[in-house]
Every structure is written in C-alpha cells, then in structure tokens.
Design a protein around this ligand. Sequence first.
Ligand code: SF4
Length: 311
Amino acid sequence: MLRFGEISRRDFLKICTIVTASMGLPYSMVDKVSAALKKGPKPTVIWLHFMECTGCTESLLRASHPPLARFLLDIINLEYHETLMPAAGKQAEEVLHEAMKTYKGEYICVVEGAVSTKDGGIYCKIGGKPAIEILKEVTKDAKLVIAFGTCAAFGGVQAAKPNPTGAVGVGEVIGNSKLINIPGCPPNPYNFLATVSYILTFGKLPELDHLRRPKFAYGRLIHNHCERRAHFDEGRFAEKFGDEGYKKGYCLYKLGCKGPITYSNCPVQRFCDVGVWPVGAGHPCIGCTEPNFWDNAFPIYKPVMDIEGEK
Ligand code: SF4
C-alpha cells in the first residue's frame, strides 16, 4: 500500500467540506461524509496508465493546500500506481498480479490514458503486453472502473484525426456496465474525490449522464455558471486578445469559447491552490470534457456559431 504521510485533521475536514459541496450536498452532510470516509475498510484501487501525459495524476499530486494526494491515500488502499510506486519492471508486475488476486472482485480499477486498438494494440505496450490486453485482464475482476481524464473516457488527444493508433476510451473496449467517466484535460481532482466519496458514503454510484459522467459535476453547461455570463447576456465581447473588451474581462465567445456546448463544473469547482480555471485566466474554454474535443476545438478561436445562432 502506498503512503504519503499523514494528513492533518484540519486538512481532512477541509477537503471533506469541499467534496461535500462538489456533490451538491448541504454543509450539514459534511459529518456524514467524513465519518463514512474514516470508517473503512478502504476500497482497494489499481491505477493503470496508458496513452497519456500523466497530467491527470499530476492534477491530483500538485494540489498542496490542502494536500489532495494525502487525502486520497487516506481514504483508499492504493495497491498499484506506476507513477507513484517505487517498484518497477518485474517487481511491479508482481505487485499488480498479487493485488488482482488478493482483491479479486472487490477492487476499483482507475484508468488514465487512451487505449490503442489498431494492429492488435501494439502502439501502447507495457512490459511487452498491449495496453488493451492489460485493460481487459485487470477490469475483468474489478468491481468498478473509473476512466480518469478525457483520454481514458473518450480517447482524448490521442483519438484526434487521423488517429493513427486507433486510440479509444475505456468504454469502447470493456463496455459501460461498470464504468464511470471523469473527463477533463486534466480532470478536476475534486470530481474524482467526490465520486469516490459519494460511493463510500452512500454505497451506490452517483447519478450519471448519458456519457457515464457524474451529474453533480457534469450536469450543467459551463456557460450557465461562468463569471463572464453577464457580459454575454449584455452583448459585451472581447473581439481579440488584448483589446479593450478583453482587458475588461468581457465574454470570450467571439474568441471561440466552447462554454456554451460543454458540460462541466469548472467555473464552480476550480483548479489548483488559488482556484483558477481557463476562462477565468483569460482563455476560451476548448471543451475538453466532451467526446472528440480535440477535433471539435478547431478552429480553436472561431465562435461555435454566429451570435444570431446560425452554425
Ligand atoms: Fe459563456 Fe464562454 Fe462567455 Fe463564459 S466566456 S459566458 S462560458 S461564452
């Protein structure tokens, strides 16, 4: 089991409060959530990496105020994670197979990265074995599979045209029956923590949308909660980067913002220690929580439709 050291009670409760709010639950539920997370037994997690940049794991690790990685390791039993574990090569393979055997039928498999399907999946191999085979083998006896990040959920950048490796999301290989998708490039770590916390607190999956995304995080359009929305409604737009409208924080729609067609809680559940998100930092949303986002993002700075509503 991997450890990062203890998390303080103060940080633990702080994260529980944010996680509870992320689930759309009232403050009065924080005690119930924190009690459920402390109760145990901790769910065992096997974390796989395929075709990706490891940004999803980084988004979890780099949050230090509060320290999300410590919190995560406080509520789960992380048996296998190639980026974090000291073991490598044959030793790592043994850890994986031992964990699959010991926790058969009980573990959660988290997948980061897309899966190559072309030519037998030879474009992504780990330990000489195609990722597609590893995925099938590990998920067969998993209780639940979480595709963490847009690459794992929908193929992501790897699946962009012409998609030379035949990259797909996890669901296209193993089906949807025990899958939850938590997309984003990177995904918000709180959406992952809130999903795991929901399952531990209520003993069931959160409500999912048609793309297997938790509705509490992906149930509403970015556009509906954006801090620039009042400018959109009043017709105040940045016409180009650096102009007067841009400097005044006007709406980025005319710079290609995909917020009106993208479902995610980014404007509410922000990123990093200082609570930023792309539109808040001055860049239009590129729609990274949606399928085919890389192909759909281009031309990146062209409005998704003209302002009269014509495509
Ligand atoms: Fe909508 Fe994007 Fe404008 Fe925000 S910046 S109001 S998400 S179009």
